[in-house]
Design a protein around this ligand. Sequence first.
Ligand SMILES: [Zn+2]
Length: 212
Amino acid sequence: MRSFRLVDLILPQRCAGCAAPLAAWCPTCARSLGAPVSVARPGLPVAYALGDYRGPARRAVLAYKERGRRELAGHLGGALAAALPSIRAGPMVLVPAPSRPAAARARGGQHMTVVARHCAAVLRAGGRWAAVVPALRLDHRAADSVGLDAEERAANLLGRLRPDPRHPPPAGVPVVLVDDVITTGATATACVSALRSVGVPVAAVVALTAAG
Ligand SMILES: [Zn+2]
């Protein structure tokens, strides 16, 4: 059952990308998240993004993450599910990049975990084996990374991004790390290192968007 916020009842739904009425994410803007494109960052293993972090894709990520447009999770998860089969065949475990606990609380949960769950549901409906394991957590001491350069981001995350012992990924299933945006690549690199430290190799990093 869907719960309605008061604002949904007062304001008609508008596209998060272009503000067109009647759809949360219109077909035109949906094309801004398409086939995965390889993203190269120093220190980062095989990484892909579905779109550039600008225009409708950027607005949708921000609306979902920062402005409470939670209904976008299904659309973003669907875009991820459409892209993943061209990156990996066979079963996969999706590990969402974690947010800081305070940010997650403000957003009503770990936002990429919700997107990953929608993605896995679509993959399973298509006959693929896919699971979501929130195998990483970010310490409350990590600062907001906005405005930090690559080196500062890496230092901010060092030792603060850890494997969550409560949620180990199952052995032998390829792990795909999923995130909303790759900027410097510091977050994804720290996630990959944290998983590797507990013997979990990451097969690919897939982000909704990439900046720059
Ligand atoms: Zn639109």
